[in-house]
Design a protein. Structure first.
Length: 363
């Protein structure tokens, strides 16, 4: 069974959850201060003297990698010895924790850069590793609205209420991973079919993996199963993050509705935890691979290149702080119109642009 044009169209331009409600239009990132990302760490400095330090890095209009290279240059710490929990946007103002060897402490005070700054250094026992964060807090301003500010605020509240009625925001990947117009997803699916590494293949394999997750999510949505629990579903405990396979859908559905669990979807790979093959959940995950013409054995052959994992299908209802945003000026001193400000927290790996897409469209 091949991936049909309708499937590709859904992946490139997924249907909105709130399509029946008007959006606000507008534009984001008219200046870096309009897109602020503050890392929410999984833990703070532990105070243990010795091997490492944690410092908070604030940057504006700089990629995370360029920021770390500059920190390496000014402190003399080799780049591989710098630790971080995750990458942050370039066209934004962002804060995040970075770890350095404790021996770099005397050189931190001299750090100076027009678009970056460092907070105080705190002793910490270990190097910071990728993924060691709870999430990110976003503070975004949407300008050039299609309607007056008061109407825009009312439309956002209506859309947020509609998402709450549906159980939350569907945890789709967006253009950051799949590319504008879906170019990366097509090439990524082809890379998975070939099951080979070549050049940018690691990135393309991740894009293909993300496209398959989106296809699985959209298929469950089309079947009315976003808030259902299927026999064999791999479920995630909200409190601990632990995974287990559903053997009692009725009991687990009650726990899902109580916020104790989340249903996960497949991030296919060689070590992904999969449902039992004879369960409805296992059959659906196998169907998605068949529709994309991807052989499960090819995924196993990728080994450590693409190990796979599970990803929650839906982000539960979360609080969004709304306010009117005043007019401003950009870096060229050009005037920017008033807009609205949104502030909210998302778990690691989830995208603010997914929520913005729901709120801005259809304008």
């Amino acid at each position: 069974m091949s991936l049909q044009p309708d499937d590709l169209a859904r992946l490139v331009d997924p249907p909105l959850q709130t399509a029946g409600l008007p959006g606000i239009g507008g534009a984001v990132r008219r200046r870096p201060e309009d897109f602020r990302v503050d890392e929410v760490p999984a833990y703070g400095p532990d105070g243990r003297p010795g091997a490492h330090l944690l410092v908070q890095l604030t940057k504006r209009g700089v990629t995370t990698e360029d920021a770390l290279l500059e920190l390496s240059r000014q402190t003399g710490v080799p780049r591989p010895e710098l630790g971080l929990a995750g990458l942050k946007d370039k066209d934004a103002v962002t804060t995040q924790w970075v770890s350095l060897p404790a021996a770099a402490a005397p050189r931190l005070a001299a750090f100076s850069h027009r678009d970056m700054s460092l907070g105080p250094a705190h002793p910490h026992g270990n190097k910071l590793r990728r993924g060691h964060l709870r999430g990110n807090r976003f503070t975004l301003v949407v300008r050039d609205l299609a309607v007056p500010v008061d109407e825009a605020l009312a439309r956002v509240r209506a859309k947020l209420a509609r998402l709450a009625e549906q159980g939350g925001l569907d945890n789709l990947y967006g253009s950051q991973r799949l590319g504008d117009g879906g170019d990366n997803l097509v090439r990524g699916l082809a890379a998975l079919q070939r099951a080979r590494r070549r050049g940018r293949a690691d990135f393309l394999l991740s894009a293909g993996q993300s496209a398959l997750f989106n296809l699985y999510l959209l298929e469950r949505r089309a079947r009315g199963q976003m808030r259902a629990v299927l026999l064999g579903d791999i479920l995630k405990k909200t409190a601990t993050g632990g995974l287990f396979e559903c053997t009692d859908p009725a009991t687990d559905k009650a726990r899902l509705d109580a916020g104790e669990l989340g249903v996960t979807g497949p991030m296919y790979g060689s070590k992904m935890r999969a449902p039992g093959p004879d369960t409805p959940a296992g059959a659906l995950e196998a169907e998605i691979l068949a529709r994309a013409e991807i052989d499960p054995a090819a995924l196993q052959a990728l080994g450590h290149t693409l190990e796979g994992t599970r990803r929650v299908l839906q982000l539960p209802v979360f609080e969004v702080d709304l306010a009117a945003a005043p007019a401003a000026t950009d870096d060229r001193e050009q005037p920017l119109s008033p807009g609205i400000s949104l502030s909210f927290e998302l778990p690691a790996g989830s995208y603010a642009t997914t929520l913005l897409r729901e709120l801005q469209h259809p304008a």
